[in-house]
Write a protein that binds this ligand. Structure first.
Ligand code: CP
Ligand code: NVA
Length: 316
């Protein structure tokens, strides 16, 4: 479906945002159109107070720069308030159950809860036990907010999503998983190049294949051929142990100028950040003219505002 032919209602049925697999293409488009509208309003200084009188809980189990700052500022820009809760300063760190934590948080008047660094089972349990919207701010298997922001950025830069080809090079991690689902739901073509043993999980690939063709290969050249976008991420994620063997296997999957030259001439380079220059990408590509990683990071602000606005509009 062509996003440019879609008429947004600025509403979604979903009450939680755990994984992109839970969203229909239309719901993804609703979020992207809302992010676009948020950005326009922000740029002209228009007051947006969709969260007036509301407080959002930010329960973070791992470190963050972009996700934390874009939520904290985004919530303030929407006239709301937040409570930042490092997981290790809550009773969760001493064994209190997810069920009790989730059931109780809504009773204090929180309007939504953003969780970071929880596993899929815990996310599901939070969503089932909390009577407020629950948002996944990153897990070891997915990063839906990042990829929604990336789809918004691609739409801004290329003017469309449908039929674009995105090549992801590197570790088949949470970013790769969410790209597979997000891109295929938006009718983009996606190719993933990873060394053997580090491809995305088969279940994710099969899920994505319900929506479109996905190429899984160990050949960087095959993946980037005719690509409109080349995307990479760190070799070692927050949920991984440092692993020299893995880094050595991924060495050939660094995005360099030579790799970019195999893609379309006007191809863009994307990275969710943080970046390790010289590891998954060379400095000249990360800081070069094709790189749009700072735009991706900037758009996290507008996308997060869109998510909180649409999820907190009705009752869960
Ligand atoms: N991309 C991203 O989620 O950045 P942070 O880890 O800094 O939040
Ligand atoms: N794959 C990375 C993404 C960071 C935004 C990680 O999970 O650490």
């Amino acid at each position: 479906m062509d996003i440019n032919k879609y008429t947004p209602k600025f509403r979604i049925k979903n009450k939680d945002l755990l994984h992109l697999a839970d969203l229909s293409p239309e719901e993804i488009f609703e979020l992207l159109y809302t992010a676009r509208s948020m950005k326009k309003k922000y740029k002209v200084g228009e007051i947006t107070n969709m969260l007036r009188g509301k407080t959002v809980g930010l329960l973070f189990g791992n470190v963050s720069t972009r996700t934390r700052v874009s939520f904290e500022l985004g919530i303030r820009q929407l006239g709301g308030d937040y409570i930042f809760l490092p997981k290790n300063e809550t009773q969760l760190s001493r064994g209190e159950s997810v069920k009790d934590t989730a059931a109780m948080l809504g009773r204090y008047g929180l309007s939504a809860l953003v969780l970071r660094g929880f596993n899929d089972e815990e996310l599901e349990e939070f969503a089932a036990c909390a009577d407020i919207p629950v948002v996944n701010g990153i897990s070891d298997t997915s990063h839906p907010l990042q990829i929604l922001s990336d789809l918004f950025t691609i739409w801004e830069k290329k003017g469309k999503l449908e039929n674009l080809k995105l090549a992801y090079i590197g570790d088949g991690n949470n970013i790769a998983n969410s790209l597979i689902i997000g891109c295929s739901k938006c009718d983009m073509n996606i190719a993933i190049a990873s060394p053997s043993g580090y491809s995305p999980a088969r279940s994710i690939v099969e899920r994505g294949m319900q929506f479109g063709d996905i190429l899984i290969t160990d050949s960087v050249a095959e993946a980037v051929k005719d690509a409109d976008i080349v995307y990479t991420d760190v070799f070692i994620s927050m949920s991984d142990e440092d692993d020299e063997k893995k880094k050595a296997k991924l060495e050939k999957y660094r995005v360099t100028k030579g790799v970019m030259a195999l893609a379309k001439e006007d191809a863009l380079f994307m990275h969710c950040m943080p970046v390790r220059r010289g590891e998954e990408v060379s400095a000249e590509v990360a800081d070069g003219p094709q790189s749009i990683m700072y735009d991706q990071a900037e758009n996290r602000l507008h996308l997060n505002k869109a998510v909180l606005t649409l999820l907190t509009m009705g009752d869960k």
